[in-house]
Design a protein around this ligand. Structure first.
Ligand code: EPZ
Length: 430
């Protein structure tokens, strides 16, 4: 069993470079099968989620060639099946982007139903409603969703909730549907815009991505392209919080500061100095953070994917902070782990009431999901004694070289195989 072992209490300082955005990569990889030409994708994060999606694509005949760790060549001319099996969808929900991509290209797709996920119910009714509006018949049978059309046609789709996944799936399918599709109440997240830019570079005609109305004029075919993925907003934000929680001074490089504004604004409220340049953000933290209130919202609001990390930091702030989760109903599952470290947090419905404590003490923890895992790492970095975190496979779904990047900032962190290595003291000998 692999674990992170952390001896915290060191203010993190220095520079860190952010990789490509995981959630943009998942959408872009899926969309790359929509042409028979070769597509080259650069700045691809080397994380478990992108590996699983590439495996799912290979399982239906997509050719994947790695030029280097962060560049892949994809050719989908020889796809032999439009069915993506459960083994992939069980591992990553985003395999369901193959529905929109394959339906758009072949008028037919069959993908296993995304299973119960551990941050909330996560229904897919808006995806289904949108595919139906585009002329597809959608059936759910034996755990598989099949979407099939004689020919896709344009539609005017009003999403009942702002959903990243449905906006992405429908945008892909609509690219090759006849006529002009309008998606209203669309998600505006940076990765929605990145996918639209990628599809446009393949010849799609998309206007309005990044606003809540996206207009897509269907085209006959898409062609090959070379495309570099945007930097990861959430990886960047997570490192900013590592700096904030440890009283550090970190410069986060290769970012789009605009994407980080909601996080920068909150950190300023807690007393951090934030210095932005063209492609970097520096966080200079005070000795102790001040309390603040946060509510998660769709972009440009404060991201739900940063909620656990900011709670871990506010757990150490002076005063009472209130953090409200408005996107996913089950995203406080890491709080009992923080309580083991001495945090004083009460959950009432979708709200965490946080009485800041002076310090955390190390504990043996388990990551309940990806961002929650990152929050536990942040808490461990702030605790002066030893913290162990298991179930780090969740963390590695979305963070490339997390321990190495943290070590470069001065953190004492190691990834170990708990069954092989001996004692903690030995492991942490520096
Ligand atoms: C994406 O998930 C991200 N995943 C999540 O990141 C992120 O937390 C989330 O967007 C919100 O920003 C990827 O991009 C791969 P949604 P997604 O559809 O698309 C409801 C991470 O840590 N809804 O925007 O699944 C839903 O229940 C992950 O990197 C419906 O009601 O999220 C939720 O309350 C975790 N019906 C809200 O919409 C639907 O048909 C937003 O969900 C679809 C969604």
């Amino acid at each position: 069993m692999e674990q992170y072992i952390i001896k915290g209490g060191v203010p993190l300082t220095g520079d860190v470079t952010i990789g490509g955005a995981k959630n943009a990569a998942l959408a872009i990889l899926a969309a790359s099968v929509m042409t028979d030409d070769t597509v080259v994708i650069e700045n691809l994060p080397d994380v478990n989620d992108t590996k699983v999606l590439l495996n799912a694509m290979e399982s239906v005949g997509v050719l994947v060639k790695h030029e280097d760790r962060h560049t892949v060549h994809i050719n989908a001319a020889q796809i032999h099946s439009v069915t993506i099996h459960t083994e992939y969808i069980k591992k990553i929900r985003a395999s369901y982007y193959m529905l929109g991509a394959l339906l758009g290209k072949y008028n037919e797709a069959c993908v296993a139903l995304p299973g119960g996920c551990n941050i909330g119910m996560r229904p897919i009714d808006q995806h289904i409603k949108g595919f139906q509006a585009l002329g597809a018949e959608v059936n759910l049978e034996r755990g598989m969703i099949t979407a099939k059309a004689e020919k896709l046609h344009a539609a005017h789709i009003y999403l009942d909730v702002v959903t990243v996944g449905a906006t992405i799936n429908l945008m892909m399918a609509a690219c090759l549907a006849e006529g002009r599709t309008i998606i209203e109440n669309a998600a505006k997240e940076p990765h929605v815009v990145d996918l639209a830019n990628f599809l446009s570079s393949m010849g799609a005609n998309i206007k309005g991505a990044g606003t809540d109305v996206i207009r897509i004029n269907g085209v006959e075919r898409l062609h090959g392209t070379e495309y570099s993925i945007i930097p990861d907003q959430i990886e960047a934000g997570s490192f900013m919080l590592c700096g904030a929680a440890t009283g550090g001074d970190i410069t986060v490089n290769n970012v789009i500061p605009k994407h980080l504004e909601s996080i920068s604004a909150k950190l300023r409220e807690t007393g951090c100095e934030i210095i932005e340049s063209d492609d970097a953000v520096r966080v200079k933290a005070p000795d102790r953070l001040r309390h603040t209130h946060v509510k998660t919202l769709p972009y440009p609001g404060f991201p739900t994917d940063m909620q656990p990390q900011i709670v871990a930091a506010l757990g150490l702030a002076d005063g009472t902070s209130i953090v409200t989760e408005s996107i996913f109903e089950n995203r406080f599952r890491y709080v009992p782990e923080l309580l083991k470290m001495g945090a004083n947090i009460n959950i009432e419905g979708g709200t965490a009431i946080i009485e800041g404590v002076r310090g955390y003490s190390g504990a043996d923890l388990s990551a309940p999901d990806l961002r929650a895992g990152a929050a536990l790492v942040i808490a461990g970095l702030a605790a002066p004694d030893i913290t162990t975190i298991d179930s780090i496979n969740y963390i590695e779904r979305g963070y490339e070289d997390f321990p190495e990047k943290l070590k470069h900032l001065g953190a004492r962190i190691r990834k170990i195989d708990a069954e092989k290595e001996e004692t903690r003291a030995h492991l942490l000998a520096v």
